[in-house]
Structures are given as structure tokens and as C-alpha cells.
Ligand binder design. Sequence first.
Ligand code: ADP
Ligand code: MG
Length: 698
Amino acid sequence: MNAPVRRHDDDVGSLPGIRAARREAFARMGVETLEDLLRLAPRRYEDRRHPRPVVELEKGETALVVGRVRSSKSFRTRAGLSILEAVVADASGTAVARWFYRGFRPQPLPVERRVALYGSVEAVRRQGPEFKSPELERLPDEEEDGPGWGRYVPVHPRTTGLSASVVRRAVWEALPATRGMPDPVPPGLLHAHDLPALGDALRALHFPDDLAEAETARRRLAFDELLVHELLLHRRRNARGELAAPPVRFPDRVRERIRARLPFELTPGQQHAVDEIVADLEQPQPMYRLLQGDVGSGKTAVAVYALLGTVASGLQVAVMAPTEVLARQHLETLESMLAGSRVRLGRLVGGRKAKARRELLARVADGEVDVVVGTHAVISEDVRFRDLGLVIVDEQHKFGVEQRRELVAKGGTKADWRRPHCLVMTATPIPRTLALTVWGDMDVSVIEGTIPGRTPVDTWVVRPAEGRRVMERVRAELAAGRQAYVIYPLVAESDKLALKDAEAGRERWARALPDHEVGLLHGRLKRDEKTAVMQAFHAGDVDLLVATVVVEVGVDVPNATVLVVEHAERFGLSQLHQLRGRIGRGTQGGLCVLVDRSKDGTPARLEVLAADTDGFAIAEEDLKLRGVGDLFGKRQHGRPAFHAASLPRDLPLLLEARDAAGGLLAADPGLAAPEHAGLARLAAQRARLLEDKSTARP
Ligand code: ADP
Ligand code: MG
């Protein structure tokens, strides 16, 4: 039998066994052609080089067995389950394997058929070791190895509808397509970065002789991914250079007026960020800048500085916050700072009365509103600005990349090449190099240093039994006129159990603190109710606020000094850090209590948090624990940004790719040269992939 000729651009559906449903499952992973499939890097490898004699197997071990089917049958159980059973013999003895099916009853395996089984030994009985649902491979008599045995075996990322062995078999069948496959990376570049050719790398990636070879291959594939990523970022940045933006002017008298409006002196760290932003705003090209600063570092004041200058230049500003609570808070901050000024503010959130909304939109379009503060309602279709000069996006990690872009695209109406400046604020502190790569098309400002007079927050990790100590401290703080948060986890807004937890929590705290006002805030409250509770807390009418994670980002009540997190073990590290950032905002210091109700030992991240208060150090730890998928919008896109590359591990490689991308585009800005055709195609493909997913909401 002759193997069919396969080409790298053949459809995966041309492979044996890949029909409609599996083809669709592949498409969900972004795999359409054989090349896509071959670029799907394994997550790990299993050492299945050597079959084990069945007599040696012990309960609990994972092993490969190669032998012949001695007998096989299939039958239905009363529970409606079908079981396929096979006794497999090698030279040393027999093993039993069983597979379970619902509904469909499979054919028994043909006797004398040579097979490989791989799985864990459930038990060892009279007939030999027993496997439950092992991986099964049917082997031709003469075969010395196959995709699933006699080698290091790749385990690919999976998706519903595709088992590991199906993916592996498909890759095995696709392997001949590596012959004659064009290599998108020019040979000179490969040489300079000491990387193998694509065809060799793909073969070694999936079916390596040893693990070192696999790693070399992975690096090559990772380089491709990172190079394409960097090419897109470079291009986007270059394209912006051709756009125009309304310059914002900061004459001295404007600077003085702004400083007079701020209720405090800017710290040197804030001033530095302001200087960078002002320098950008004065340019006739759009600013695209990320303002990074740990929670409580004072990003709002920096943004307000930019906002006031823009308004003073006769331009409009849009401020987008991730939640209504935050939008309202920003509005209040602005209202109090701007009291008595001529700046006109408008608030745009979902669910406003149609008439009020229409009126507001008309005023925005006529330029009668200077600053619009809102949630993502700000980017809805019908919002038009007269002359939008600056867009401020707060707490950027709550928004998708695409939403940010939609808002920027709202630009002025004067000409479609004119864009507003854009300032994105994030409290997800990530290392600077990594920030450059994640948001590599943006410039980055970091607010360094802390606000004077701050006393650091203490962090206790406590077990439920220590509740009394916690209660005493809370009581003492409230007695001193301070306020407190108690946070309950909420898996989803509809999670009724967690809600009950929070409600029960409120009752308990209210009983324990009869002299104090205890409020409850959760995602299922009506909009007005939420606002009312939050306002009462701001005003100090509520002393203790029991809340689900809706207070996670941005909420600023400096008088709150204690934060108790229930079920802290259910929260992620960065999330806890964000929560902790709600306190220690005034000068009185604060206490963060993490109640650990885990059954199997305190998770490492709680200890990290107790030991560290620096957001950057915490973020580094978090990245090590979780990877950076989230930062690239994995959550929004439902698909990992990279298959082979893994950050921060591949950061050095990413920096190489960044240089390479810069060099390539400097020499050939349009990637038009024939030797760059492959890269141009990959870049176009990735750009499409990102746009495809742009409708996802966070
Ligand atoms: P974040 O960076 O988390 O958004 P905020 O902008 O909410 O932080 O600021 C945190 C708190 O610090 C606020 O109560 C704010 O009024 C206060 N603050 C900000 N800058 C200064 C400063 N330079 N001096 C004193 N207090 C400041
Ligand atoms: Mg903030």
C-alpha cells in the first residue's frame, strides 16, 4: 500500500478518520490545514519506549503493554452500559482490559490481533493486571513502533470531541506533509538564532528521539509564534504613526489650574507619569499609553491631570470603567474636584431611561458635554462625540483588547484618520519587559514609589477557628470609627450557594455587631440598590460591608481599614492582591485577614501574599503559578494565544523575536519580498484569528 501524498495546505479533513465532527473540533482549536495541525505543540511527552512484561506490573503503575488478543467479548450491563473486554497476552502472561461505552455496543477485538495498551493498572487479579479504559492501538504485525508506542509519545492539547489518541494519530498521518513544506522563516534568520529548519523541527516536535530534541523543536515553533506576534505589534505601532490626533496643549496657566484642582501634591512617581503622558498628548499623533501602577498608587489623579488638560484644549474625554460602581465613583471624584468649574460631566451606563439617554447622547454629539464617564455603554453604536480628544480606560484587564480598540475607533468625526489619544490604566502589575510584550503596541508608564504617609497593611492568614480574634479586631476598628469589608467568593453571578453564604454572613456579622450598620452588596442586586449601598458605605453610614467580589477593582474608601476575605483559598493571587488594595488607602494602615477554609493545607499563594506587599513581586509569583494566558486575552478568546511558546519562560526568546521583527520590517515594511511570503501569510492568518474573536465580551 502506498502512503498518499500529503501537502501542508491540505485540509485536516483529508486525513483518515477525520470526518465532519472531528474536523469541526479541530477548527475550534484553530486547526484547519495539515500545517496548522503540525504546529500544534504537544503539552508533554510520555515515555512509552519500552513495553513492560505483564507479569511485572503492579497495581497503580502506568505502563505500556504490547501483545496479542487472546480473547475478547462485548456485552451490555443492566445500567445500560456496554463493556468491551479483551484478554491480551505477551510472552510473560496475560492482562485484561475493559472499555466502557454508553449506548453503543462495540465489536469485540479480533483474536490474534496485535495491540498496544497504555494506561494505569487498576488491580492485579488471577488473570493478570487489569486496565480500565487504556489507550488502545491496533498494530500491524510487522510494526516496530507507532504513534502511541515504542517511543516518546506526544500528548497534545485536547478539546471536546478529540481524544489524545485521535489527535496523535492525525499528526502521525500528517507527518509526510513536512516534506517540501515551505519554511516561512528565512534561512539567515534561522542561522542567526540557531534554530532548526521547519520540517525537521515538526518531526522532532511530535515524535522526538529524546526530550532535548523535542525542546529544540519547541523553541523553533515558539519562535515562529512570537515572531508573528511581534510583527503584528510592530505593524500596528507603525500604522498609528500615520494617524493624526488633536494635540492637547498644556501651557503653564493650565498646569497651575490643574494642580490647584487636585486635593494633594502629586508624588514624584505620579509626576513622572504625568510628564510622559503630557509629552505624548502634545503630539499630533495619537498617544497609546498604558499606565501601570500597583493598587492604591494613585492612577486616578494622573488620569485626571490628562483629562483636565484635554478639556482645557476644548476637546472631549471619555472615561470607561469596568463596573457601574466604579463609573459612579469616578464621576463623584471628578464632581468633587471640579466643583465650581465650567467642566460639564455626563454619566453613561446601561439601563438608563431611553429619554434621558437620548438627551445625553444629543448633548455629547453637540459637544455640550465635556467628559462622559461610563461603563462599556460608552462604546455602544449610537454614542457619537463632537470632538473626542482622549479616551481613558480604567482597570484595563477587565476589558478585551477589542473593546479598547472600538472605543479608540470612535475618534472625531472630522476625518476618519483622526483618532483620540488613549490612556489605559491597569492595576495588574506585570514586569516591565513582559508588559512590553503583552501590550507591545503601547508605550508604558509606571508609577513608582508609594504615597507618603501610608502605613503598610498587615496580612493574616487564619483558620476558621481563629474567628474570635478576627471579630475582636474588627470590633475595635469599627469602635474607632473605621470601616470594614467582608468578602465572599462568587463563582458566577448566578451562584446561589455563594449568595446564601454572603447573606448568612451578613446576618452573622449584624448579630455580632449590634451597634453598627452592616450592608450587603452583591451582583444580583438591582442597579439602584447597588449604588445605594455603595453610597452609604462611601458616606460612612454603613460601617461594615459584606460583599461578593464586586468590590474587587478600584473602589476607593480610605476610611476602610479591615478587609476579611472568606474562603481565601478560592481566590487567585492577583485577585487577592487587588482586594487587599481596597484598604491601607488612608494614613491609618490596615489589616487584611485571609480566612483559609481549605481542607488540604494552606495554598502557597496565601503565604506569598502574607509575605509580600509589593504588587510586582506578587505578579511575578502569579505568573509562575498560572502562566500569562490570561494577559493575552485567553479568557476572552477561549483559545490559547500561543501553542508552542510559553511565557514568562520564553521571555528571552520573545526578545529575540522582537529584534528580528524590527529588523525584518525595517528592511521590508510590507513583507512583500518573496522570501517573506510565508511570514506575511502567517501574520495575516493571526490577524484574522484575533479579529474573528473580537465580539467576545469580558
Ligand atoms: P489606584 O491606582 O488604585 O486607582 P487611586 O487613584 O484610587 O489608586 O488612589 C488611591 C488613594 O490615594 C485615593 O484615596 C487617592 O485620593 C489617594 N491619593 C492619590 N494620590 C495621592 C497623593 N499624591 N497624595 C495623597 N493621596 C493620594
Ligand atoms: Mg483605580
